[in-house]
Write a protein that binds this ligand. Structure first.
Ligand code: 7RM
Length: 654
């Protein structure tokens, strides 16, 4: 069958079709009617306590919430361990031999770990960490490909009360170094390498570069991905092979009883400055929030095979590959590699092979699948699927409908889930058994969550567009920015008073109370579902000796959502050539990582500035989008812009 025609899509979209939950889905759903919203509104604390009560605490909490805006403490007085809730709790009961992780490496290698297996390996690695001097509160950096040892390392940290800081394997040596140094990590877990599109990513080599300048690191544990093609330098005394250490490690490791508010992890994310911030999540509330949302949004049943395609290096992987699903005792699929390797049906082959029932991915992937064509999906049996999810960026209705139709076979609800690294858990989302879906809308705040649209001045907008705000604390909210308490207050809680969280997203709310997310309103861009700060890319560009000034903006991109456009002025004596553009792109990759590679670089003699000297990004965005230029009267020199626009169109087709 050929791809659907545009006329077909137009039909679907013109109808403004809504999709009520299929009655047979609702009949056996975890949430079957919408009284849960009223329940949560009546008493949010009691609502969250209900889920907390489903977890295992070594000491029950005294108070659900202590809210001194903008500082929250959840489950005050409670003692809990995340690894116990993700492992021991299941391994000692009927889930003992249930698959916890079903893992596929990109080359096709497979491993399945039962809950008991995972429990044993985590306990053993927890003992390894202890033997290397890691204590409660110490930070451990994890720089690994998407292999089981990534989850094992995180949970081993959680078991002994160490704070993990996972750094996505695609980040550069400098990015790794900065993250290690910002939180003074004591130990690094890395691997000889990983696979990406058949190529070896030599992680340990990159780590070695970072390690030249990370004084806090005392020990490095290196996981062997098991391939002789990955030569590794082992520094005696500092570097240790994971498999050797594990050979002698005991599988008995008493879990550290953690205070509900003890730190669980730090995860760095891009913001509006040049330096990524370390978002801090704590133990009790985070676990309650991810546990409850995984259960309700993904409608988890005992026999589900759940696959979230995110890398664990991002928050989606933390909350919805590791903590949320494992706290629920689910079977989790993990795949190391690219969706088009060796062929463009790899995801569908994984779904078929493992009988995946719940599938959670990003719009950028869905748009790539659309581009590749439906024949790749139709070669595979996707009938095991019963629920689909989307996350990371706004999903356009075309992609939604394609996903619903060709992946979900028109039988699976699609949950479009809005949330952030900072929120820790899904915040705006349908509940698949009760919510009538609208393609392109994340629909309603999760029960107990209070979201609203505000004007710049802070007035509430009932129906219409504005800025998305969260007006009540939630259990898995960030507790701070590592090492910068003042920035936490200023960045997130100062625009409209100390009890209102500023998301940085624009959104609109329709007559039915449904939210439509419109993307960032700050200097953060979202490329293929990854957050990148425009300032970070600018800093990387001006770091090159030939660059005088750089201004970076996002422009729309058919597949990636947004692409990176950089406007660059060069220093005297530097020649603005095509070669230099390529050099600069590589320079950014070297500084940050491949995800930040600029798509367009335009050299210009001047950047458009206001009379007070501010770069007019709005104009640059319009130029990069190929839009007609608006008002330029506040510009110091309007001719600069006209010239820039003409040049851009010549270079990139406008
Ligand atoms: C989970 C994650 C957060 C930013 C956020 C939004 C955008 C995420 C959606 C979305 C529209 C969605 N964390 N975003 N999910 N926009 N609809 N369903 O992505 O910290 O990396 O990014 O991503 O702009 O602020 S993140």
């Amino acid at each position: 069958m050929a791809d659907p025609t545009h006329a077909e899509f137009d039909d679907l979209l013109r109808e403004h079709r809504t999709f009520a939950p299929p009655p047979d889905f609702t009949a056996r759903a975890v949430v079957r009617d919408d009284s849960i919203y009223a329940e949560a509104e009546r008493d949010p604390d009691a609502f969250w306590a209900r889920f907390a009560g489903e977890l295992e605490w070594s000491r029950r909490w005294d108070t659900v919430l202590d809210w001194q805006p903008p500082h929250a403490k959840w489950f005050v007085g409670g003692k809990i361990n995340a690894s116990v809730n993700c492992l021991d709790r299941h391994a000692r009961g009927p889930r003992r031999n249930k698959a916890a992780l079903i893992w596929e490496g990109e080359p096709g290698d497979r491993r399945t770990l039962t809950y008991f297996d995972l429990f044993r390996q985590v306990s053993a690695f927890a003992n390894v960490l202890k033997s290397l001097g890691v204590r409660k509160g110490d930070r451990v950096a994890i720089y690994l490909p998407l292999i089981p040892e990534l989850a094992i390392s995180m949970l081993a940290c959680a078991r002994i009360g160490a704070v993990h800081s996972v750094v996505f394997g695609g980040f550069s040596a400098e990015s790794l170094r900065d993250r290690i140094n910002d939180s003074k990590c004591k130990l690094l877990v890395t691997a000889d390498g990983g696979f990406r599109r058949g190529q070896i990513v030599a992680l340990k080599q990159v780590a070695d570069e970072a390690l030249a300048d990370t004084p806090s690191i005392e020990n490095v544990v290196v996981v062997q991905r098991g391939h002789a093609e990955m030569p590794v330098h082992i520094e005696e005394g500092r570097d240790h092979w994971y498999h050797r250490l594990m050979q002698d490690a005991s599988y008995k490791c008493d879990p550290e009883p953690m205070d509900a508010e003890d730190m669980l992890y730090i995860l760095y994310t891009s913001g509006t400055t040049g330096k990524p911030k370390g978002i801090v999540h704590t133990t009790g509330g985070y676990l309650v929030g991810t546990y409850a949302t995984t259960k309700l949004v993904f409608d988890l049943h005992e026999e589900d095979v759940y696959w979230c395609t995110a890398d664990i290096g991002w928050v989606t992987g933390h909350s919805y590959v590791v903590y949320g699903p494992l706290a629920n005792g689910a079977t989790v699929v993990m795949y190391e590699g690219a969706p088009d390797w060796p062929k463009k049906d790899r995801f569908w082959s994984i779904i078929e092979t493992h009988g995946v029932t719940v599938f959670y991915t990003a719009p950028t992937a869905i748009r790539a699948f659309m581009r590749w064509g439906v024949e790749w999906t139709q070669k595979r049996d996707l009938s095991s699927l019963r629920l689909l999810g989307s996350v990371g960026e706004p999903i356009n209705p075309e992609a939604w409908v394609w996903y619903y139709r060709f992946i979900g076979g028109e039988r699976c609800p699609v949950v479009d889930t809005w949330w952030q690294t900072e929120t820790g858990m899904i915040m705006i989302t349908p509940l698949p058994g009760v919510t009538t879906l609208k393609p392109g809308s994340a629909t309603r705040p999760f029960p107990g969550i209070a979201a609203e649209i505000r004007t710049e001045r802070g007035d509430k907008v009932e129906v219409g567009g504005g800025l998305l705000a969260l007006t009540r604390p939630w259990p898995s909210m960030l507790r701070g920015i590592y090492g910068d308490p003042e920035r936490y207050v200023r960045q997130y809680w100062s625009k409209w008073g100390s009890g209102v969280y500023v998301t940085g997203d624009g959104a609109k709310r329709d007559e039915d109370g449904c939210f439509w997310l419109l993307g960032r309103v700050d200097d953060v861009i979202n490329v293929a579902g990854h957050r990148i700060g425009t300032m970070e890319v600018e800093s990387a560009l001006v770091d090159h000796p030939g660059v005088a000034e750089a201004a970076v903006v996002g422009r729309s991109h058919e597949i990636k959502g947004q692409a990176i456009a950089a406007f660059v002025t060069v220093k005297e004596g530097t020649h603005a050539t095509k070669d230099l553009a390529d050099v600069l792109k590589e320079h950014v990759v070297k500084k940050i990582g491949a995800i930040a590679r600029p798509d367009d670089i335009l050299f210009t003699a001047d950047l458009p500035k206001t009379r007070s000297g501010k770069i007019m990004r709005r104009l640059l965005r319009d130029i990069a989008e190929g839009k007609a230029l608006g008002d330029t009267t506040t510009l110091a020199d309007p001719a600069v812009v006209a010239k820039l626009k003409a040049n851009y169109e010549e270079e990139y087709g406008g």
